[in-house]
Ligand binder design. Structure first.
Ligand SMILES: CC(C)(COP(=O)(O)OP(=O)(O)OC[C@H]1O[C@@H](n2cnc3c(N)ncnc32)[C@H](O)[C@@H]1OP(=O)(O)O)[C@@H](O)C(=O)NCCC(=O)NCCS
Length: 253
């Protein structure tokens, strides 16, 4: 259940949304470091799930076995075979980590370096942060404290926008599983609808199963996939980019 509330006098006057345990409000400049921390933590944390799913892919599993078998046949040495096995596992791990660390680097140097300029200076864009509520008090209440989650919206293409895109959804690990991502996604859908958009679009990856499940439970449809292609090593990761869209019913009247 979402309740729209208005900030008190101490706060910048702005609309806020309260969901159980959290308050979602517009980004302020003092939130920058926390917003960047939550984004980076959310994405780099995906390397392990990506690695786990990559080694279960039959072609990678087969490659590991074949390579270790070949080393064993050539050397007849258990130490060499075990070393080759560990080296190949490390290679697959690097292949899985690379796309996420690269993306984090790019994003932190890009829109997340100047969030206000990218998301708060043009119509059709916005950036929200969530704060946790403990015993009725908001942690990090005056900005600059620990944030619980972030999300952004951007109308694109910039010259003739046709859809509102959801970006940068991430929830701090300590606040997951409590409905915050659902609340943040709903804020973007409401923003898109209020802006007259009929479509909300986003991209995620096949590794982000919690995110895929969230979006599909909220009515987004998968409209396309393409492999992450950052060279041969990244293909070992077997990660696909997934494109999702949701049609938005305009408010009556
Ligand atoms: C994906 C993410 C945002 C979910 O945040 P969250 O606050 O824990 O999610 P919620 O509690 O709002 O859960 C909403 C729905 O998401 C899905 N979900 C969330 N966590 C899940 C998990 N671990 N496994 C499977 N589904 C999950 C469920 O469908 C859930 O609804 P349900 O419990 O009614 O089935 C969070 O795990 C995260 O920040 N991950 C890393 C960054 C990321 O992948 N961001 C998405 C960018 S596209």
């Amino acid at each position: 259940m979402m309740e729209h509330i208005t900030g008190d006098e101490d706060r910048v006057r702005e609309e806020m949304v309260r969901i159980p345990g959290f308050v979602i409000r517009r980004y302020r400049p003092e939130d920058r470091d926390e917003a960047r921390r939550i984004l980076a933590g959310g994405l780099t944390g995906l390397a392990w799930p990506a690695f786990r799913s990559a080694i279960m892919v039959p072609s990678n599993f087969g490659l590991l076995l074949a390579a270790c078998g070949a080393v064993h046949a050539l050397t007849a040495s258990p130490v060499c075979t075990a070393t080759a096995f560990l080296a190949l596992l490390a290679l697959v791990y690097l292949a899985c980590r690379g796309p996420f660390t690269g993306y984090v680097r790019e994003t932190l140097k890009g829109d997340m370096a100047d969030i206000a300029r990218h998301y708060l200076s043009a119509p059709g864009c916005c950036f929200w942060v969530a704060e946790e509520e403990e015993g009725g008090a908001v942690t990090g209440g005056r900005g600059g404290g620990r944030l619980a989650g972030i999300v952004a919206a951007k109308a694109e293409p910039a010259d003739r926008p046709t859809a509102c895109h959801l970006y940068r959804l991430s929830v701090d690990p300590r606040c997951r599983g409590r409905g915050l991502a659902r609340g943040l996604t709903q804020v973007v859908l409401d923003f898109a609808r209020d802006g007259g958009f009929r479509l909300c679009a986003l991209a995620t990856t096949s590794v982000q199963q919690p995110a895929l499940r969230l979006y599909q439970r909220m009515g987004f449809q998968l409209v396309g996939t393409e492999p992450v292609s950052l060279g041969f090593l990244s293909r070992l990761s077997q990660i696909d980019i997934c494109y999702l869209e949701k049609r938005i019913e305009l408010a009556p009247g």
